[in-house]
Design a protein around this ligand. Structure first.
Ligand code: PNS
Length: 172
């Protein structure tokens, strides 16, 4: 199984995602990061922005490519010639949902296996949602996302970030 997919919404990519992508890149001949268009969620970043951020931060891994996909993940994996889906597991709370998806994906396409990598210890509490909330409320996301992603978050959410700084300044 030389080719693996690392799927996700990546809205935006975090250092936790990069830990998983980098470790997958060391294990598989080629890794395709598969960005879900995810019609059921309203992302902060457009698909093109999410892809650009991933291309920038994954450029050090020559065997990693970035693509977007629609529809069922296993069908996309099958079409792409990937026999493995790699996912990160952070906490017990992830397990039930991930088990359900892995079993359903195997039922849909038995030829595609799901492999779980335990999260890096520093990232067990990290998610794109919490990063967006911190950025929205003006907190620092340093160390949680690559610097280039932090800058994009600031560009996307300047009003809210500025509002917090003004509140703090006003309270002094
Ligand atoms: O980063 P996320 O939002 O947790 O990623 C979830 C993702 C994209 C991996 C998941 O929603 C997915 O696989 N979507 C594709 C649609 C699909 O195949 N659904 C059936 C899963 S059993």
């Amino acid at each position: 199984m030389a080719r693996a997919l690392v799927p996700g919404s990546f809205d935006p990519v975090t250092n936790g995602h990069l830990d998983i992508i980098g470790r997958a890149a060391a294990m598989f001949e080629s890794v395709q990061v598969a960005i879900s268009r995810n019609a059921s969620k309203t992302p902060l970043f457009t698909l093109e922005e999410r892809k650009q951020m991933l291309v920038e931060v994954c450029s050090n891994w020559p065997n990693v490519t970035i693509e977007a996909f629609d529809g069922l993940l296993v069908e996309y994996a099958h079409r792409s010639g990937a026999g493995v889906i790699v996912k990160g597991l952070r906490a017990v709370s992830d397990f039930e949902y991930e088990l359900q998806m892995a079993l359903m994906n195997r039922r849909l396409c038995a030829g595609v296996e799901t492999v779980f990598l335990m999260t890096g210890a520093d990232y067990s509490y990290l998610s794109s949602s919490i990063v967006k909330e911190i950025a929205r409320l003006g907190g620092s996301v340093e160390g949680l996302v690559p610097n280039s992603v932090g800058q994009r978050l600031q560009q996307k959410l300047p009003a809210e970030c500025g509002a917090r700084e003004r509140r703090i300044a006003g309270a002094r």
